[in-house]
Design a protein around this ligand. Sequence first.
Ligand SMILES: [Zn+2]
Ligand SMILES: [Zn+2]
Length: 114
Amino acid sequence: MGKTVAMDNMNHSDPSCELCEAARVTEWFYEDDMCWVAECEACFVPMVVWKRHDPNPPEEVRVVLIAHLSRIVETHFEYEFWVDQVLRTIPTHWHAHARPKGGFSGYGLRRRKP
Ligand SMILES: [Zn+2]
Ligand SMILES: [Zn+2]
């Protein structure tokens, strides 16, 4: 975590990249060796972030990451979503947002009751 990435060069991380830094500023729903899923601090929707500083995951990786995102949304929320893979703020590091159908930002999304 943080800015120390000396040990991390094999992971292709970039010390100046916010997604590589992976600061836990919002709620994290899931993490594994490949990715993490957290609420986007700008859009208030869940997003999946690949743990590699690269804008183009291979198709087989992309499918797995999007499946994690979809599962998280279905587990924790009650809204219909579309997967937005456009890299807007951070074009060098792949991530995808689960945006509400017909919308963009997810402020006040309905959560499932535990
Ligand atoms: Zn966002
Ligand atoms: Zn990065």
